[in-house]
Design a protein around this ligand. Sequence first.
Ligand code: IMP
Length: 194
Amino acid sequence: MKVLVFATNNAHKAREIESILGPGFQIKTLRDIGCLEDIEETEPTLEGNALLKARYVKERYGYDCFSEDTGLEVTSLDGAPGVHTARYAGPGRDPDDNIQLLLKNLENKSDRSARFRTIIALLYDQQEVLLEGICQGSIATEKRGTGGFGYDPVFVPDGYDHTFAELGDEVKNEISHRARATAKLLEAIRGGAL
Ligand code: IMP
């Protein structure tokens, strides 16, 4: 049985990946290995923070592991909020405040294009790999829909007229940044490309 740590406290995400990988793999969360400390994300890039978390687990706990970091990158805001996506409007990490600030900062901008970018850092059998998933889209002028989380009510993926919050999980799980990065992770682990 190959044990891999997913550097998250979201047990749901861990079970989901475990069931996709099938027998032969056990996915543990940070809580499962007794890592209860807050791993501070101090790097200026998504790549840096994803690697920082995975290396922290590998160095202190000895497990092969992977971690995930996601940012919203808005073209006319020079890639902001980027690495600051979760705390765009302040340390409270309030999704509504974040969205209000984003809409305000885009008020006079004609280009509303944006993308979600997920980076997964995988430390596996002495190797370090970065995997990227991108979902291209644009920012709506007001909140629409009740599903999802974070910026979903204002993110319209390219090829659709509705926000992620209106489209729901089924569509989102097909086309999202996270789904795409996760597909690459599964390919890397299962395909023996490492
Ligand atoms: P994390 O790296 O997965 O914690 O994501 C950082 C922040 O990006 C979250 O706090 C959300 O605000 C935002 N975010 C990440 N993924 C999504 C998504 O799929 N929809 C909307 N917002 C997201």
